[in-house]
Ligand binder design. Structure first.
Ligand code: NAD
Ligand code: DAU
Length: 332
């Protein structure tokens, strides 16, 4: 049994990971979360109190982080500002939380000699062409496009420097686009589902040719747990399930599932600097750690996700107008 500190554990992926730990291990979890607009404490509400304790605090607050890290065996660092469009409107929270926050975590784990797993994104590698076969690999060059992805790239570099020069015991993972329950409605899939469920129209950026490599959030969680259990210190693992889809395909599948004509969507202003294609080669994770995804059927996962949002209107509806008003300001 380990004591885990999970930063950002009330967010979309962090809360799923905490549930995964409760279901699949004997570990105890302390969640450190600032409870920003993106947090869903509701997602943790039914977890046993003797396994999961929540501390509201900022990952960039060195005193709070140091105190929590001192009593822990492993830190799993999810906390971040996570939305590209927000980073284009105001990059400063991304610099503060994603870069400064990661440095604070690194100094704390260095002082207390605690194992760290740093959760990152495939966006640090920039984008790929639509018509090339190449996919991202662990050695792909860093070429981030947005303030969000640049801040995550900076954080990854800090982690590697602390491993190499400060003796920190850390692993890293870079995952592709997640979908599933509890994802904030600012993100692509839940935005379109909740638009339709609230009588609005589906909004596709630009031509909609952009490709994302979708993974169910449960598979991301099981991969992070596999890295905690069997990953080699200093190593990076790419997480994905080889599920590339153009945005138009995803939008059409959502429209069909909810009984609409599949062409009944609006094309809106494109994202500035919009990355064209992401694609992960997950061979290292699968061969070296023996990890296998359990939710690789995207169409089934998408249908379940749509049902989940239909059943959880009380959770997302109060924030819907605010999110859509912010998008309207940029013509999206
Ligand atoms: P999210 O926005 O849903 O959740 C982020 C959580 O971090 C929230 O609970 C928020 O309150 C918390 N947080 C934000 N700033 C904080 C701070 N200063 N101190 C403490 N807590 C803070 O994000 P997510 O989609 O769950 O992403 C989690 C992690 O996974 C991020 O590091 C992200 O970069 C990475 N990631 C996300 C995806 C994806 O598709 N969503 C894919 C790959 C990697
Ligand atoms: O690849 C991993 C990354 O995936 C994570 O690091 C990020 O935290 C996560 O937000 C996600 O980033 P994206 O920018 O790819 O995801 P988003 O859901 O914002 O958009 C997915 C695609 O859909 C992208 O091409 C932009 C497009 N889009 C998005 C929205 C919100 C639309 O066409 N319409 C929309 O309304």
């Amino acid at each position: 049994m380990r004591n885990l500190l999970v930063t950002g554990g009330a967010g979309f992926i962090g809360s799923n990971f905490v549930r995964h730990v409760v279901d699949h291990t004997d570990d105890a979890v302390v969640v450190l979360d600032k409870m920003t607009y993106a947090a869903s404490p509701e997602a943790l509400a039914d977890l046993p109190e003797d396994r999961v304790r929540t501390v509201v605090g900022d990952v960039a607050d060195a005193e709070v982080v140091d105190e929590l890290v001192a009593g822990t065996d492993v830190v799993v660092h999810f906390a971040a500002e996570s939305h590209n469009d927000n980073s284009l409107r105001d990059p400063w929270p991304f610099v503060q939380t994603n870069i400064v926050g990661t440095a604070v975590v690194l100094e704390a784990v260095r002082r207390h000699d605690v194992r760290l797993h740093h959760v990152s994104t495939d966006e640090v590698y920039g984008d790929l062409e639509l018509d090339e076969r190449r996919r991202f690999e662990e050695g792909s060059p860093y070429r981030p496009s947005s303030p969000y992805s640049a801040s995550k790239a900076a954080a990854d570099h800090l982690v590697r420097a602390w491993v190499r020069s400060m003796g920190v015991r850390a692993t890293l993972s870079n995952c592709s686009n997640n979908y599933g329950p509890w994802q904030h409605i600012e993100k692509f899939i839940p935005r379109q589902i909740t638009n339709l469920l609230s009588g609005r129209r589906v909004k596709l950026y630009g031509a909609g040719l952009n490709v994302r490599d979708w993974i169910h959030v449960d598979d991301h969680s099981s991969a992070v747990l596999a890295i905690l259990d069997r990953g080699e210190i200093g190593e990076t693992y790419l997480i994905g399930v080889e599920n590339e889809r153009a945005n138009t395909e995803v939008v059409r599948a959502i429209l069909r599932s909810l009984g609409h004509d599949e062409d009944d969507f609006d094309r809106v202003s494109d994202r500035v600097g919009h990355d064209l294609r992401y694609a992960i080669d997950p061979s290292k994770l699968r061969t070296e750690l023996g990890w296998e995804p359990r939710f690789a059927d995207f169409d089934a996962g998408l249908r379940d996700t749509i049902t989940w949002y239909a059943d959880h209107r009380a959770w997302w509806a109060p924030d819907k107008q605010r999110v859509e008003s912010a998008y309207a300001e940029t013509g999206q």
